[in-house]
Design a binder for this molecule. Structure first.
Ligand SMILES: O=C(O)CC1=CCC(=O)O1
Length: 262
């Protein structure tokens, strides 16, 4: 187990693969931890350095405060990459992890070679809906919102046929500490990255599940449209977490993108 102290908070991470290979860094979404990348990462080629970490307040990472910003989350990632002496990494970010990737590209362009923006946007949801989610999880815990969240995370087919895996992912979500979850909801409530994202100049691949109920394809594509040269691709029969539902497709998309950017 590896963890880094970032301003008093333990950030849990894994640094695996070929230390001399292209660094590829994975940033998770709200209510998840870095296990969401397991199946996708297992399908990637050998000459990559694979770095995964748990966003603060999630997985084994600490929850240092009741509130945070996307910029602070990007600074956590920058501290981790500085510690690992990684520069020019390909950052793969899912949902809030994709916002962290966009913010990192704006704040520390030296760390970013390219971005894969998965089911994410420069602005996600409305402040009022984040407010009511914060109130709900602070009053009754993350498990109390699990039904609604799971419905957006997975396609109709996955929900109908993968009951056991669904129960396991629900357990991951429900066990997320409400303080850390609410802190990241505050970051989402306050983040509008449209101006800085429009200035991103590294290669960008945007990916979205066609049944994503949280960041629907049109929202993800609108963010891709802000970035010069960004490409948008759909994953069929997938919800908000296509890396779980279709790891082969997502790994193939990432592999093709990596060979394009060289
Ligand atoms: O939990 C959700 O509603 C989906 C989501 C929005 C931002 C994020 O990271 O996940």
């Amino acid at each position: 187990m590896q963890a880094l102290d970032v301003k008093g908070a333990a950030i849990h991470y894994a640094d695996e693969g070929d230390r001399g290979g292209t660094p590829v860094v994975f940033s998770n979404s709200l209510g998840t931890d870095f296990r969401i990348w397991d199946d996708m990462v297992a399908r990637l080629g050998p000459r990559l350095r694979i770095i995964r970490y748990d966003t603060r307040g999630h997985g084994l990472s600490d929850t240092p405060s009741d509130a945070c910003t996307v910029e602070e989350l990007a600074d956590d990632l920058a501290a981790l990459l500085d510690h690992l002496e990684v520069k020019r990494a390909v950052i793969v970010g899912l949902s809030i992890g994709g916002m962290v990737a966009q913010a990192l590209a704006a704040r520390r362009p030296d760390l970013v070679r390219a971005l894969v923006l998965m089911d994410t946007a420069a602005r996600i949801g409305e402040p009022m809906s984040w407010e009511s989610r914060i109130a709900q999880v602070e009053a009754e815990g993350v498990a109390s919102i699990a039904d609604g969240v799971i419905a957006k995370w997975f396609s109709a087919a996955y929900q109908a046929h993968r009951r056991t895996e669904l129960a396991a992912w629900r357990a991951m979500l429900s066990r997320t500490e409400s303080r850390g979850y609410a802190a990241c909801c505050r970051a989402l409530r306050d983040a509008d990255l449209r101006a800085s994202t429009a200035r991103i100049s590294v290669p960008v691949l945007a990916i979205c599940g066609d049944e994503d109920g949280a960041t629907p394809p049109a929202v993800v594509e609108a963010t891709a449209d802000l970035i010069a040269g960004a490409r948008f691709e759909l994953v069929r029969e997938a919800g908000h977490l296509p890396c779980i539902e279709h790891p082969n497709t997502c790994a193939a998309m990432l592999t093709a993108f990596l060979s394009e950017i060289g």
